[in-house]
Every structure is written in C-alpha cells, then in structure tokens.
Write a protein that binds this ligand. Structure first.
Ligand SMILES: [Zn+2]
Length: 469
C-alpha cells in the first residue's frame, strides 16, 4: 500500500485558535481524506508549538505556570480539530519530553557532529513580537515594521547554523523541483532570496533571556531556538530520536502558511541535508484570511471565532466555504455576507434541494433491476476524473466546482426528463438515474464534507448503486 505522510504546521500556543488556523487544517484534511479514499496508507500529523518568550510572558501575565498555560491553549486547538472533523492520526506538542525532545536532542547532536553548528558573539536588533533578530530593512523609523515596536539592541552568545553552506544545494533542489513548491511563485521568491545571499541563522538563545525551551545539549546556559525545535516535530512525531522513521519519511506534503515559507523552504531542507535525510516531496503554501477585506486583528475587533460559526451552520458549511470560496494558494476573504450567500445558493438550494427532490420522487418507486444509463455513468465518471485531477494539484476549489456541475446537470436532467409525465417504466429509469447521480455526488463530496456525505449515503445503505468512486 502506498504510504502518504501529510503534516500541517504546528500552531503557536500564545493565543487560542482563530479562523485562519482552521483553513490550513481543513486543506490538509481534505487531502488526507482524498488520499485515503484512493486506498493509500495515510499518516496525518498536526500539533502545537509551545516554546518561546511570548508564551512564557503571556503565562506570567496571567499568573499561570507556563506548562499549565500551554496545556490550556493546546487543548483549545485540539477542541477545534475535533469540531472541524479533522482526521489527523497524531497530535504533537513540542513540550512533550518523551515524544518530541529526544528527536530535537538527536538532531542537535547530528548538526554539531557534521560541523554545522558554531558559537558566535552576536549583536543585533531583537523584536520580541517577531521573537527574532530583525534586519535593518525591516526597521522603519526605529520600529519593527510588523509590530510597530522598537526592537532591543541585543548582544549575546548564540549557536549558529551554517545555512549559507547549503545555498547551492538549496538552489538546485528548488530549481529542479526536488522539493515541489505549490504555488510556483513561492519557489521563485525563495530562489531570488537565495541568490541575494544566505546568511547563517541563530539556532539558540541564552537561558537568562528565554527560559522556556529545550536546553542545548552540553550547554545549559543556552536554549534551542525555534527552528531546531519546532521544525523537528515533523520527524520527532514519527519517531526520530526514538526509532526508525523510514516507513513514513520523507513527508509527501507539508501544509504551511506563507509567513513561514522561508523557514520551510530554506532552513528545514538545509537541516535535513545535514542530517542526511530525504527532503519533503511537496510544500504547499496557503495565503491568509482577511475579514471583510481587512487583516484580522484584536484591535479591529474582527477576529472570527470558528467555534461560533460551526455551532450556527454546522462544520460542513465552514469546510465548504474554505475549500470552495478561497483560492487555495492565495489570500482569501471571509465575510458573513459571502458565507451566507454560499451557504444558501450552493448548499441549501443546490445540493440540499436536489437531494430532497430526488428522495421525494423515489418514494414508493421500485428501482430494483435497473442500471444507470450510459450517458449518466459517463458524465459522473468525467466529473470524478476532473475532481481527482484537481485534488492531485491541490486545487480544492476547482474540485468542488466540478462536483457542483454534476449537481446542476442533475437539476437539468429532472427538468428535461420530467419523470412525473412519464409512464411507469420510463419514470423508474429516470428516477434510478437520479439516485445513481446523488449517490455518486455523496461519494465525491466525502473528503470535503464528511458528515453530509455520510447522511446522503446512509439513506441508501443496503441499496445497490454502482458507484464510480
Ligand atoms: Zn516584530
């Protein structure tokens, strides 16, 4: 059986999840469910990134133990995963000392053994918001361009990773699509970034500045910085540092947001090269969600709570909106107006109405012994092929629009054939064809809307419909 390993990025637990985080989960989930439907042996990982200064400070502000705070926020992410009907096989937390830490410690040791870690006195502008040293070009009028706060001038000893050493290899792997980046524009961004010159990156912070993290092996005065900690989750979760990972590694797809593409396209592959591990096959980069055209922010008061939406409209309505309305690799917008429009036109009037009509017509009709007409089977097969092709290239919106063409076709088929005007035998054939169509629509939407799909298919449990899926 083909093994497929999919991951999302791990969510930073300094605040409860918002709707943007739900997008990535749903995109990865629909891919995982689709791959399983093809009979692949899928392992789907998600989790939470729980170290760093911001989390520590937040916990202190709330007068909580840091781990207690992490437990609380991580549990909220798990709640969302459950509410969104995400089919993950595993959930990794970077505070997990049994599962995650051995991988990080092994990784650090390997990087050191390969001569890729060195010590350096470093002086730079540090932004607490970014949790990183920031470049001069990102400082505008003395303030961090993102956080609008003055960075601190910091001089400290750090361990550095020799990212620059891997420049040529990274360039080659990206140019040759050894790591396939979706969309290609993100790859081109990275290629020009590499060509402008890569510098080595800080892989540790002094413990007196950041107290919440994994200690550097052999140097208790330093903690391992996010890159060698968080990114490692993709291998620690499947056993790196504890056992053999070759049955699932390399990952088939990392699903990530555009804000962290640099770390996944440059630092992570360089780490893997140093470890002598294979590179991930695909890196899928999604955009951000705006609300009514504006960036989501607490100060604007436009943060959308995914739990509320699910409670009001059901999980499948939210999954459908994300996958249908938003171009997978671009920024997308959320508004209640657009959400309700999609909900009413596509789900209530489109899918819901068709199912209700066909079910009503099929009452008291004996369809035993019928088989679907050729042209009906052909159009369903054509739509399935279109859906599969779109799914293989992560075009979830195109996949759904193909399925909705089958819904429109079915509506038109009813209008054109008017089963209520036909004699008994022809009427039964038309209705059988319609039952065939809605059963296959039920199968085709399964990865996108698992609950709705099950409702459609369960109704016909025990009936024999040739399904093309
Ligand atoms: Zn900043």
């Amino acid at each position: 059986m083909k093994k497929t390993y999919l991951t999302t990025s791990i969510a930073y637990t300094n605040a409860p999840p918002h709707i943007g985080y739900a997008l990535e989960l749903v995109q990865a989930d629909v891919s995982a469910r689709f791959k399983r439907s093809l009979g692949e042996d899928v392992w789907f990982l998600t989790g939470t990134d729980e170290h760093g200064l911001k989390i520590n400070q937040k916990a202190k502000d709330l007068n909580m133990d840091t781990i207690e705070f992490c437990n609380k926020i991580s549990a909220k992410f798990l709640d969302l995963i459950k509410e969104l009907n995400i089919s993950n096989n595993d959930f990794i937390r970077t505070t997990d000392q049994e599962k995650h830490w051995p991988g990080v410690i092994k990784l650090w040791g390997e990087l050191v053994a390969n001569g890729d870690i060195y010590e350096k006195e470093y002086e730079g502008q540090y932004c607490v918001g970014c949790e990183a040293f920031i470049a001069e070009k990102d400082i505008v009028n003395g303030l961090c361009a993102i956080h609008k706060k003055a960075p601190e001038k910091v001089k400290e000893k750090n361990y550095f990773f020799r990212l620059s050493k891997y420049s040529n290899q990274l360039l080659e792997y990206l140019e040759k699509d050894t790591i396939k980046v979706i969309p290609q524009s993100r790859k081109n961004e990275m290629i020009s970034f590499i060509k402008s010159g890569l510098t080595d990156v800080s892989f540790s912070r002094p413990k007196d500045k950041v107290e919440w993290g994994i200690p550097v092996p052999g140097d208790d005065s330093q903690l391992i910085y996010v890159w060698a900690d968080a990114l490692t989750n993709y291998i620690s979760a499947i056993g790196y540092g504890r056992n053999d990972i070759s049955s699932y590694w390399p990952a088939d797809v990392h699903f990530i947001g555009k804000d962290i593409s640099k770390f996944h396209l440059l630092i992570w592959p360089a780490i893997l090269m140093s470890l002598g591990l294979d590179l991930p096959k695909n890196i899928f980069v999604h955009g951000f969600i705006t609300v009514n055209g504006q960036k989501m922010s607490k100060s604007l008061g436009n943060v959308i709570d995914p739990f509320e939406l699910i409670q009001k409209y059901g999980v499948d309505a939210l999954r459908y909106y994300f996958l249908r309305e938003i171009t997978p690799t671009e920024d997308g917008d959320f508004s209640y107006l657009k959400f309700q429009e999609r909900y009413n036109s596509d789900l209530v009037s489109g899918l819901g109405n068709l199912i209700a009509r066909v079910n009503a017509m099929a009452k008291n009709i004996n369809t035993n012994g019928f088989i679907a007409d050729n042209d009906i089977v052909n159009i369903a097969t054509k739509v399935k092929n279109q859906r599969d092709k779109a799914m293989e290239s992560f075009k979830f919106n195109i996949a759904l629009s193909s399925i909705w063409e089958l819904i429109s076709f079915s509506d038109k088929y009813i209008e054109e054939n008017k089963p209520w005007e036909k004699d008994a035998k022809n009427k039964e054939q038309v209705i059988f064809n319609l039952l065939f169509l809605i059963n296959n629509i039920g199968e085709l939407i399964a990865p996108f809307m698992p609950e709705t799909s099950a409702k459609i298919l369960n109704k016909y449990d025990g009936h024999l419909f040739e399904r093309i899926c």
